[in-house]
Design a protein around this ligand. Structure first.
Ligand code: ZN
Ligand code: ZN
Length: 464
């Protein structure tokens, strides 16, 4: 339906509403969601990624260990619950990477040809303070490449995200912010220096940063509070501490981005709010309104697989916020294709006409025409009024006389011109008028094949 729902039409105050911070995705917005999913799937398949879904909830411990104890996500935003008899604690997934790494380990994906390339389009949950463009249930698409340390992987993931933004018409608004946070070896020295620098300056730091100083001084660098930012500007620079391997890796990522002509801004302040990153971190920002509005980000996480119980395995990933991308598309006045249009309305009067109308609707739909019919007892005037509201191109009108004479009226809804045609020719005529391009045809039987391979149990029988 193309018509917007108007809240004025509500007669009584509504009894139930969506909880704070969550929202319905109404049909108008699904048009955006659909095109985003399509673009993501298309670009992912082109680059050899396969889709994965992990459960909505998992062991809370997975997220505390994976995402990191000192992070906002785990500390303040995790939705967790315990099973009835005080059993294991679970949490709704706040992000995609921890679950996918768990799955990689659990299913022995290290036996597959490496690297393993996976993508997802899923809902996630964070008990965030609700604000514009931020929800407690939100959707992300993302990519993970597990099993390869080469900087080419980092560049490829960034390029993939960029191509998706370009396909959706928002790439020009976004700048790629990139940084390296090194490996545990060089980062540890740096965090020590940072801690030394900030100690004694606590009274100029925000409450969060005082706590971060203990847990993860690196995160003081991306605090948005002004006082913290001023201090951060004069803090020791990682560029002076980075080890040769990390420096070389970062340089190669940048050179590869140059090679595929992707612009970037080097941002030494960028550290990302999650613990699992190492080396490359990046975000796509919209800076048009002054604020740092990130639509997505990612980076390398070479130590997470091992940290979650697997073998040492390098990896890199990206996640994009679908709701934020939709907001950007709308701000850029990009319309998502509306595939829900209704082409034909079949109006009828009398029970005999209703039978014929049902047959016609069936035939039209089989031919790929989006067809609606009023099967209630409304007057012809009301039915045609409805056809108008659905903005259909044509109406087929059947009264008792028409049924008797095996005729039907075809009405062009925009001009009001009508012609009487034989019922048997109606479908053919409508299909011709609409044109092949607007037909919505899908034949799953062309894709679904019978599996003719011998099943393992049958193989046993043959051997017996
Ligand atoms: Zn290093
Ligand atoms: Zn702060």
């Amino acid at each position: 339906m193309s018509k917007k729902l108007s809240s004025k039409k509500l007669e009584k105050p509504v009894k139930f509403q969506t909880p704070r911070g969550v929202h319905d995705i109404l049909p108008e917005d699904h048009a955006y969601l659909t095109v985003i999913k399509k673009v993501v799937r298309h670009r992912a398949r082109q680059a050899g990624f396969r889709r994965i879904s992990t459960p909505i909830f998992e062991s809370k411990d997975l997220f505390t260990r994976g995402v990191g104890k000192g992070t906002d996500i785990v500390e303040k935003e995790l939705y967790s619950f315990a099973t009835k008899k005080g059993g294991e604690e679970y949490a709704l997934k706040p992000e995609g990477t921890a679950g996918i790494v768990r799955s990689y380990i659990q299913h022995g994906m290290n036996q597959l040809p490496q690297p393993v390339e996976l993508y997802y389009i899923e809902p996630f949950f964070r008990h965030d303070r609700p604000q514009k463009g931020r929800y407690r249930q939100f959707h992300q698409f993302g990519f993970e490449i597990i099993g390869e340390p080469d900087p080419g992987i980092d560049a490829q993931i960034i390029q993939l995200a960029h191509l998706i933004h370009a396909d959706l018409g928002i790439a020009e608004k976004l700048t790629l912010q990139i940084n390296t946070i090194g490996c545990p070896k060089c980062r540890e020295k740096f965090t020590d220096q940072l801690r030394d620098y900030f100690i004694g300056k606590e009274r100029n730091l925000c409450k969060n940063c005082v706590r971060r100083l203990e847990e993860n001084p690196l995160r003081l660098l991306d605090c948005k509070e002004e006082d913290c930012r001023i201090l951060a500007e004069n803090a020791p620079k990682f560029a002076n501490m980075i080890c040769d391997d990390c420096k070389d890796h970062h340089q190669k990522v940048l050179e590869l981005l140059d090679a595929v002509e992707i612009d970037y801004t080097e941002n030494p302040q960028l550290v990302r709010g999650l613990d699992y990153y190492s080396r490359t971190v990046f975000e796509f920002w919209d800076e048009s309104e002054g604020a740092q509005n990130s639509v997505g980000g990612g980076g390398r996480y070479d130590f997470l697989v091992e940290q979650l119980g697997g073998l040492p395995t390098p990896a890199c990933g990206y996640a994009g916020g679908i709701e934020r991308i939709i907001t950007h598309m709308k701000d850029s006045r990009i319309l998502a294709p509306d595939k829900d249009q209704i082409d034909i309305f079949v109006a009828q009067l009398g029970f005999e006409a209703k039978k014929v109308a049902l047959q016609l609707l069936t035939e039209l739909r089989e031919e790929g025409v989006h067809a609606l019919g009023a099967l209630g007892k409304a007057s012809m005037k009301d039915q045609l009024g409805k056809a108008d509201k659905f903005e259909v191109k044509y109406a087929l009108i059947l009264g008792e006389v028409e049924v008797r004479e095996k005729k039907i009226i075809l009405r062009d809804m925009s001009s009001g011109v009508q012609e009487v045609i034989p019922i048997g020719k109606a479908v053919e005529k409508v299909v011709k008028k609409l044109g092949k391009k607007s037909l919505d045809k899908y034949d799953p039987s062309k894709e679904l094949k019978k599996d003719t391979r011998v099943r393992p149990e049958e193989e046993l029988l043959i051997r017996d």
